[in-house]
Design a protein around this ligand. Structure first.
Ligand SMILES: [Zn+2]
Ligand SMILES: [Zn+2]
Length: 176
């Protein structure tokens, strides 16, 4: 979603739109592995205004995420909702040899007549995702011997949960 910089005024305006998630889904694939994906568009509601040349965006992103559980390998669905606050400043002209302070280096920039909200929104979504996909904190994972999904069935393998050496082996198998 692109906004014309000249149409961002000091009085706040509100925009609600659906952000396509195909580019985001592509970013969420790492080495052929995909922990999370968005089956549908994300809804973005954003208030935006300016103070001089600084552009302010406050908003909320909501979407439905499909996670691929790292333990049992099943897909699970959850809702994601995250608030964001972003300030954009004009990109400094580096030809002027302006010394940037550490604070300024942390800021996000815009240049030209348009602000593209899509990369900002995608970044906020990625920050809001859990570090590891788990269908539930208590997911029992797969039996290391027969591969049964232990959330859905008990198998007949004689893996004692009380044996710490076996527990370590189980973690090794499931951990990656
Ligand atoms: Zn699971
Ligand atoms: Zn088993």
């Amino acid at each position: 979603m692109k906004l014309n910089v000249h149409q961002i005024e000091e009085s706040a305006k509100q925009l609600t739109y659906e952000e396509p998630t195909e580019p985001l889904n592509a970013r969420l694939v790492h080495g052929g592995v995909c922990d999370f994906e968005f089956p549908a568009k994300a809804t973005v509601r954003v208030d935006y205004y300016r103070a001089g040349l600084e552009l302010f965006f406050h908003g909320k992103i909501e979407g439905t995420v499909v996670g691929h559980c790292a333990r049992c390998l099943e897909d699970y669905t959850f809702s994601l909702a995250t608030n964001f606050d972003v300030v954009l400043i004009p990109k400094p002209d580096l030809r002027e040899h302006v010394e940037l302070t550490a604070d300024e280096l942390d800021l996000s920039y815009y240049s030209g007549d348009q602000v593209d909200l899509t990369p900002l929104v995608d970044e906020q979504i990625i920050l809001a995702l859990p570090t590891r996909p788990l269908c539930g904190e208590n997911c029992k994972g797969l039996c290391p011997s027969c591969g049964a999904n232990l959330n859905q069935a008990t198998c007949n393998c004689t893996v004692s949960t009380g044996n710490p050496r076996l527990a370590v082996l189980r973690e090794l198998k499931i951990g990656h």
